[in-house]
Design a protein around this ligand. Structure first.
Ligand code: UDP
Ligand code: MG
Length: 326
């Protein structure tokens, strides 16, 4: 390292008014320490992305920027676009003004002290540094088992994700440039980043409990996130349908032979239960398979429309010659 490089933090925020001051304080202390050590440049910034919050979040971000424009920046999205899109909006906004960028949740569940290690790994030549949680002690049994089940199921379905890594990661400018080439509307960053490649490594951290406020990921959102992850990165479910169809066809041929023999043998009257069961089974299976195919068609529909994944209403930054109003 000849001279310290520019680190941008991208922090998505959706209704985070309870925790934002604390997050800003902790990140500020971390930045000051890193700058004092000469690990990051003075031009480094912390960017809060307001994802269409309905509370005071944007007001707080604006205030932070006004009091310390040389440290805090803010991006205001035109409407709530979801966590993944908010992160991408931040990354794409800063990709040309930073050397490296770390994405982190606003609720302080990701460990601020891991940032040092990530930055050091970057200087060792890693283009991507994945933050991997070492324990899940702070999670409820339910969250822990569903989350771990999710990673295992993703692997089984053929999507390459880093086990127990969410969206706490460092990426170099080069990786951000490559990421901008991924045009998909259905975003699943933790599947996309490993596809980019380059030298990478993992750092381990203990995930804390949310510092304040409540989770914006209820079970419903977690499930749809998991389904999105699988269908965006794997066509295995479609192949499974083909296999299932094949197995069912073999089974029906066998059933046909059995029915034929039964007919010849003259004991056909007690066929009612098997008939009704097969009708229900096949009907259910067909609907289920159609549903899976429908998932993919729905995604293709969203992809061909190529709608913008997020809309930036305002970018508060002193790094720009003038603040951009888009
Ligand atoms: N978030 C967001 N948009 C949303 C939902 C969440 O930007 O529509 C942000 C949220 O403010 C937080 C991060 O995404 O910084 C992770 O959300 P949360 O902590 O609620 O999820 P959990 O950690 O409970 O899975
Ligand atoms: Mg959280």
């Amino acid at each position: 390292m000849d001279k310290p490089e520019i680190l941008y933090m991208v922090v998505p925020c959706y209704n985070e008014q309870e925790v934002l001051h604390e997050t800003a304080e902790q990140l500020k202390n971390k930045y000051n320490a890193l700058m004092a050590e000469g690990l990051i440049s003075k031009e480094s910034r912390i960017v809060f992305v307001n994802d269409g919050s309905s509370d005071q979040t944007w007001g707080i971000i604006r205030e932070l920027h006004e009091t310390e424009p040389q440290l805090f920046s803010g991006i205001d999205l035109a409407h709530n676009s979801g966590h993944q899109n908010a992160v991408l909006a931040g990354l794409m906004t800063v990709k040309d003004i930073c050397d490296m960028c770390i994405t982190m949740d606003a609720d302080l569940q990701d460990d601020v002290d891991t940032i040092d290690e990530m930055v050091k790994k970057y200087y060792e030549g890693n283009q991507v540094v994945y933050g991997v949680r070492s324990a899940r002690d702070t999670d409820s049994f339910f969250k822990k088992s569903t989350a771990e089940g999710f990673y295992k199921f993703m692997k089984l379905m053929g999507a390459d994700v880093v086990y127990n890594h969410a969206d706490f990661r460092l990426m170099s400018k080069r990786v951000l440039q490559e990421l901008s080439g991924f045009r998909e509307v259905n975003l699943f960053l933790r599947g996309m980043v490993p596809l980019i490649g380059f030298k990478n490594c993992k750092v381990y951290y203990e995930r804390h409990e949310r510092a304040a406020g409540e989770s914006k990921y209820p079970l419903r959102k977690m499930l749809s996130f998991a389904i999105n992850g699988i269908t965006s990165f794997s066509t295995k479910p479609l192949k499974l349908i083909t296999t299932l169809g094949f197995v069912m066809s073999v089974a029906s041929i066998l059933a046909f032979i059995w029915a034929f023999i039964a007919k010849i043998g003259g004991f056909t009257e007690h066929g009612w239960s098997s008939t009704i069961c097969s009708i229900w089974l096949i009907g259910g299976l067909q609907l289920f398979c159609l549903g899976i195919i429908g998932e993919y068609i729905g995604k293709i529909y969203a992809e061909v429309k190529q709608r913008p994944r997020y809309i930036v209403a305002e970018f508060l930054s002193d790094a720009n010659e003038k603040n951009k109003e888009i």
